[in-house]
Design a protein around this ligand. Structure first.
Ligand SMILES: [Cu+2]
Length: 70
């Protein structure tokens, strides 16, 4: 299991958070995702055999957000 922390500056409200959560949860191997709207930080726990950082950042990128690893 691996965890990553992403900063997504475009997160403005809970709606943004919900969109990201919904999309990332669809990726196989993602165990948990938490979005802090105020801090614009996304924490994700995932199985690095089934999922990958690329898959996760791609999924968020497709929603027109720009995730940056921190
Ligand atoms: Cu929003």
């Amino acid at each position: 299991m691996q965890t990553i922390k992403l900063e997504v500056k475009e997160i403005k409200c809970q709606g943004c958070a919900n969109k990201i959560i919904k999309s990332v949860k669809k990726i196989k191997g993602v165990k948990n995702i938490e979005v802090n709207v105020e801090a614009k930080i996304v924490d994700i726990e995932f199985d690095n055999v089934k999922a990958s950082i690329d898959k996760i950042t791609d999924a968020i990128g497709k929603l027109n957000y720009n995730p940056v690893m921190i």
